[in-house]
Write a protein that binds this ligand. Structure first.
Ligand SMILES: Cc1cc2nc3c(=O)[nH]c(=O)nc-3n(C[C@H](O)[C@H](O)[C@H](O)COP(=O)(O)OP(=O)(O)OC[C@H]3O[C@@H](n4cnc5c(N)ncnc54)[C@H](O)[C@@H]3O)c2cc1C
Length: 416
């Protein structure tokens, strides 16, 4: 099969990009290749299910901009498609006086990012919203909510099929060979998968936890690697769900893109606690004992990870201990909701974040794409990329549209 565009990766970002390409009229010739037998089997369905409004991202960043446009687009999409969602609002709480300056800085940041209806609350006001919360001060973020991202992915897949796109599951990309002059009229990618071969004029790499590997297959030498951070969840037992009404978050630690363990009401009715952020020993390392020797070897040889561990040893150790000993996790959760008891919690699975890291050991805070003639690589799309997926898809589709116009012999791409 030959198409104008091949999207690699059938998570929410790849699906949103394929949908944007087809529904914007950029092209009617798109194939999406997904290595798993089903779509969206990784980050896009192993997350907190939160719609982030852009509170904590650096003003002017792509995360801030695309979370703002993305949450509006996603909410509208859910309304249109009847997908369960609830703009229930969130509390961010300072649990001791030392956190108050950071809470206030967060409020300023949220205002700079254009969030509406933000309110600084006293502990009494916070307890009117969340009767069981423990805090010395709080911010209420009324625009945030929860959603069923699995249902979003299914709706996107349906729209791609309806518009003539081809979804090829069980086809992992193993080889990428470029033929012709990149950006020139005869240019194409020959794509080798475990199931055979196909080709496309433009490649879009949305491979999540494997995005740097796929970029390298395409001949890139990205100045970053994906590092896998597992996030483990507990859930509140049904009889204790009343302790949390909506979303309760701590003040995030500066310098880290992770938000700290928090409480999240699920769209299906449960309440989750977590996720932590534990360095994983496998890209798809959903358990503490999951080890993949190839992944582990790559992580250990990557100088950035060694530098990160040396610089942030305290944080790495704390997260590992929280993972290994439930009492540690419980202590962190009790700061937010003091009534939580050990018997209130039950393990509830995990997700693994694809977090870009530079060779100097710094975490890439913003979304990052690498644009080349004939290819776009979505190198860093961690949270809030599920919220922002429709906006990310539109950005990438626009880039691809320009490439197709410049390389088209007659303005229109090849058929299937
Ligand atoms: C624990 C956790 C909590 C989170 N909470 C939230 C939240 O509340 N709100 C929010 O907005 N975001 C959240 N996120 C972030 C969000 O889930 C991700 O940013 C988003 O899902 C990324 O989507 P993706 O399509 O890039 O990646 P993925 O969903 O991981 O999809 C990538 C796909 O590429 C496929 N693939 C990889 N290699 C190949 C190959 N060689 N060939 C073919 N296919 C390949 C994979 O199988 C996979 O299906 C969370 C993430 C985690 C892990």
């Amino acid at each position: 099969m030959h198409t104008d565009v091949a999207v690699i990766g059938g998570g929410i970002v790849g699906l949103a990009t394929a949908r944007a390409l087809l529904w914007s009229g950029t092209t009617d010739s798109v194939q999406l290749l997904e290595k798993e037998p089903v779509l969206s089997a990784h980050q896009s369905t192993h997350n907190s299910g939160v719609l982030h409004a852009g509170l904590q991202y650096a003003p002017g960043s792509e995360k801030a901009r695309l979370a703002r446009t993305g949450i509006r687009a996603m909410t509208e999409y859910c309304r249109h498609h009847g997908i369960p969602h609830d703009i229930c609002g969130k509390l961010v709480v300072a649990t001791d006086e030392s956190e108050v300056p950071r809470l206030d800085a967060l409020l300023e940041r949220g205002r700079a990012n254009g969030l509406q209806g933000l309110r600084r609350l006293t502990p009494e006001e916070a307890r009117e919203v969340e009767p069981h919360v423990g805090c010395v001060a709080a911010i209420q973020v009324p625009e945030e909510g929860i959603v069923d991202y699995q249902a979003v992915c299914e709706a996107l897949a349906g729209e791609i099929r309806d518009a003539g796109g081809v979804l090829r599951t069980g086809e992992g990309v193993r080889e990428l060979v470029s033929e012709g002059i990149p950006g020139g009229t005869g240019f194409r990618w020959r794509i080798g998968t475990n199931a055979g071969e196909c080709s496309a004029r433009v490649l879009v790499n949305c491979a999540g936890l494997h995005v740097d590997r796929v970029a390298r297959l395409a001949g890139e030498r990205p100045e970053m690697s994906v590092i896998a951070f597992r996030g483990e969840y507990q859930e509140l037992r049904p009889q204790r769900r009343h302790l949390v009404r909506h979303l309760i978050y701590p003040v995030p630690e500066p310098g880290f893109p992770f938000l700290g363990v928090h409480f999240t009401r699920r769209i299906g009715g449960g309440v989750d606690a977590g996720p932590n952020a534990v360095l994983a020993f496998a890209r798809e390392g959903y358990r503490l004992r999951s080890v993949n020797l190839r992944d582990l070897g790559e992580f250990l040889l990557f100088p950035g990870l060694r530098r990160f561990v040396v610089r942030h040893g305290g944080m790495v150790r704390r997260e590992l201990l929280q993972s290994a000993f439930r009492s540690r996790l419980l202590a962190a959760l009790r700061r937010l909701v003091p009534e939580i008891q050990p018997q209130d919690l039950a393990p509830a699975g995990s997700g693994v974040r694809a977090q870009g890291m530079r060779r100097d050991g710094t975490l890439i805070q913003d979304f990052l794409w690498l644009e080349r003639p004939g290819a776009v690589h979505v190198l860093n799309a961690p949270s809030p990329a599920a919220t922002a997926s429709l906006s990310i898809g539109a950005v990438v589709a626009e880039k691809v549209g320009r490439m197709l116009v410049h390389s088209a012999p007659s303005g229109k791409g090849g058929g299937q």
